[in-house]
Design a protein around this ligand. Structure first.
Ligand SMILES: Cc1cn([C@H]2C[C@H](O)[C@@H](COP(=O)(O)OP(=O)(O)O[C@H]3O[C@H](C)C(=O)[C@H](O)[C@H]3O)O2)c(=O)[nH]c1=O
Length: 186
């Protein structure tokens, strides 16, 4: 399955706007079949904060529905499905409180983002609970990934954990390719 960009309509009036950020039937019509069990919410203070690239291994693999509700981020998903014709390739998209766009990232992808301004908040639904022992990752700036991270002059801000994540070529095979190569988002 591939990564899906979601653009829900916004209903604006003199008060502001309203949008449905999740609707099971409407999202199923987009190809998003997901039984979400947990909502996550992160706040990042500085521009250039990188969270990721993360995944959880089966049976705790997570599909994610990601949106930025304050500020703006460049959201990135890397295909790590063994045998995929797009293995190691990625898609990225600016998600912001202003554009209200979302990315649905199926299991089988490593996910991360970089903040494009201070005080960013990201909210995302996941289809499996947090399971620390199942956490995996790829280091954000692995040259093999070719991700063009927009870095501020102050550089990137990462957790100690993320600074020592492995390279893509060091990754164990955790996910089998079952169709749906990565395709451009727009
Ligand atoms: C992910 C998670 C974390 N935690 C605890 C564990 C740590 O004490 C603290 C921070 O965790 P972490 O540094 O892993 O947070 P992020 O770096 O934002 O991780 C996330 O970053 C990228 C963008 C992802 O896609 C994943 O959902 C997730 O890995 O929250 C929980 O209690 N539950 C959870 O589901």
């Amino acid at each position: 399955m591939t990564v899906i960009l979601v653009k829900q309509p916004r209903f604006a009036d003199q008060r502001g706007w309203f949008t449905e950020s999740w609707n099971q039937a409407k999202f199923a019509a987009l190809g998003i079949e997901a039984d979400f069990c947990q909502d996550n919410h992160s706040y990042s203070q500085s521009t250039g904060t990188v969270r990721g690239l993360h995944f959880q291994t089966p049976p705790y693999a997570q599909a994610k529905l990601v949106r930025c509700v304050r500020g703006s981020i460049l959201d990135v998903a890397v295909d790590i499905r063994t045998g995929s014709p797009t293995y190691g390739q990625h898609v990225s998209r600016v998600l912001s409180a202003d554009n209200a766009e979302q990315l649905f990232i199926p299991a089988g992808y490593a996910h991360g983002f970089i903040t494009l301004e201070p005080d960013c908040e990201v909210i995302y639904k996941v289809t499996a609970p947090y399971h620390k022992e199942s956490e995996g990752g790829i280091i954000w700036n692995d040259p093999a990934l070719g991700i063009d991270w927009p870095l501020p002059e102050t550089g990137a801000c990462l957790s100690d954990k993320d600074l020592v994540l492995p390279l893509l070529h060091e990754l164990e095979p955790h996910f089998a390719y079952e169709g749906g190569p990565l395709v451009p988002l727009d």
